[in-house]
Every structure is written in C-alpha cells, then in structure tokens.
Design a binder for this molecule. Structure first.
Ligand SMILES: Nc1ncnc2c1ncn2[C@@H]1O[C@H](COP(=O)(O)OP(=O)(O)OP(=O)(O)O)[C@@H](O)[C@H]1O
Ligand SMILES: [Mg+2]
Length: 260
C-alpha cells in the first residue's frame, strides 16, 4: 500500500475551533455539542470517550462534514470545510475521510471485494484499479480468503474489517470510526482494533475513534473525554492511574455502557 507523504503536507489533519451544535426541538434548544476545540496531528490515533448523550457522534459528524455546526469551524487537512458548499463538501468527504460505523453498513447483495471496490469505482479514482485495490486492502486486513463472501456469510468482526477496508479504499488521510467495536464480542473487537492499530502504524492514516470501551481507548495515542457537550479533559492513555480514575468515575456515574 502506498505510503502517505510524511513531509510537505499539513501538520494537523484536523483542527476544530470552538465547535458547537444546537438542535431545536420545538421550544427546547438541545446543546448537542456546546464547545469543542482540539487538533489532531498527522498519523495520530485519537479516541473520544464519554457518557451516552455527551455529544460524541455529534462531534464526529461535524468533523466529518456529515453535519454542519451552529458555531465554530473545522479545518481538515488545511481546508476549512465549514466554508464549503454541499458539492465541495461531498468531494472533500470522498477524498479525505473514511467512515466506519458500529453496524458495518455493507451492501448485502455484494461480496466483500465488491463492497470495497465500490467507492473506488464511484470516485473514478484513476490511481487505483478497483478490484486490485479491494483485494490488496482485504489482504491487509487478513480477509484474503473471504473476498467472495457476502456480508451474511461473514462474522461480525470480519464484516467490520470489510467496512474498514471500504473506508480506506480511496486512501483518505483521515479515518473516523463511531463505536467500531460496539457490536462485537471481545475477541472480534480486539482483532478489529489490532487491525486499526496496524494500519495506523504502516500507513500513517490519522484516526479518530469514538468508543465506550476504555480498553479500546487505552490503545490509542490520545484520549479526549467529552462530558455534557464539552471536552472535560484529555487523558494520558499510558497512565494507568489516569485510566483507572476514568474507569472509576464512569462506574460511579452509572453509565453501564461505559463499563465493560
Ligand atoms: N437530531 C437530533 N435532534 C435532537 N437532539 C439530538 C439529535 N441528535 C442528537 N441529539 C441530542 O444531542 C446530544 C448528543 O447526542 P450524541 O448522539 O452526539 O451523543 P453520543 O455521545 O454519541 O451518545 P451515545 O454514546 O449514546 O451514542 C444528546 O442529548 C442527544 O439526545
Ligand atoms: Mg453516539
């Protein structure tokens, strides 16, 4: 797989500045995200943790250009995406960002190979031959013996690895995952995370992973904790004391989804 340029590109793949999103529900304004500022450097693997409803998916959607902010701005690989019209935004999304969701979202009638080849065909990316690119990525994710299986012929963990290959199909500088292990058992989840770590290491793809699972967060380079629509703090994942404090806080805060 082609390596990304180490030099000459933007130091920050993501810059979020005072980002906020309000939603109007009748008379009530919901502050889905109050205010969030942070940067992610090229090649970093960042996780975002926080209780249910703290704004994690909202934040991911804003950074990925799936949703527009009420305030603040998002710069992706040097481009301020909050200034773009829908057409330009779609293009940036296709070229610069890969998405992985909790429920795989594969096309059920297509094989693994066809699912991964689809975005390459769609982007008319001359850099890659769709089938060859798909086979290469699926091999990297150790699915070389599953190329012609359809989603219902694959395990959950395998489907998620197909979804990761699909998200990487056009070689985006940024991969965003919303609860990538949320629907998997511990062993499959660990395999998926190993795959993400390995891809991050070998390709320098910048990754943002939203997770409930502190064991997932502990394996990323940086951890941001969201509470009530704001970044409460950044936690050092290499500090067992800090991670233990977060685990204890979560247990006492009574969010069972956070304790696995
Ligand atoms: N479309 C919407 N309309 C109104 N309120 C919304 C909408 N989407 C999200 N919210 C509210 O915004 C807040 C943040 O939601 P969000 O989905 O970002 O949380 P989350 O941290 O991803 O939670 P979870 O861990 O359960 O996925 C929640 O209080 C939610 O109810
Ligand atoms: Mg969510």
């Amino acid at each position: 797989m082609a390596k990304f340029k180490q030099n000459g590109s933007h130091e920050y793949v993501v810059q979020a500045e005072d980002l906020g999103k309000d939603l109007q529900m009748g008379q009530v304004t919901v502050h889905a995200l109050r205010k969030a500022s942070f940067t992610v450097k090229k090649g970093e693997m960042l996780s975002i943790i926080g209780p249910s409803g703290s704004g994690k998916s909202t934040l991911l959607g804003l950074i990925g250009g799936l949703d527009s902010p009420t305030r603040g701005r998002v710069v992706i690989d040097g481009v301020d995406i909050t200034q773009l019209d829908e057409r330009a935004l779609t293009r940036i999304r296709n070229e610069k960002i890969g998405f992985v969701f909790q429920f795989f979202n594969l096309v059920p009638t297509l094989t693994a190979l066809e699912n991964v080849a689809l975005p390459v065909q769609f982007a008319r990316n001359r850099q890659f031959n769709p089938a060859r690119r798909a086979a290469e990525l699926l091999t990297m994710l150790e699915l070389q013996d599953r190329l012609h299986h359809r989603p219902n012929q694959l395990s959950g963990g395998e489907q998620q690895r197909v979804a990761i290959a699909r998200a990487l199909a056009n070689n985006p500088p940024l991969l965003m995952c919303d609860e990538p292990t949320g629907n998997l058992d511990t062993v499959s989840g660990a395999l998926v995370l190993d795959a993400l770590r390995e891809i991050n290491r070998t390709t320098q793809t910048t990754m943002i992973i939203v997770t409930h699972d502190l064991n997932v967060a502990a394996q990323t380079d940086r951890v941001i904790a969201l509470v009530d629509g704001q970044i409460a703090r950044e936690i050092d994942p290499t500090s067992t004391a800090e991670m233990a404090a977060v685990r204890s806080f979560q247990e006492h805060a009574g969010d069972p989804a956070l304790v696995r």
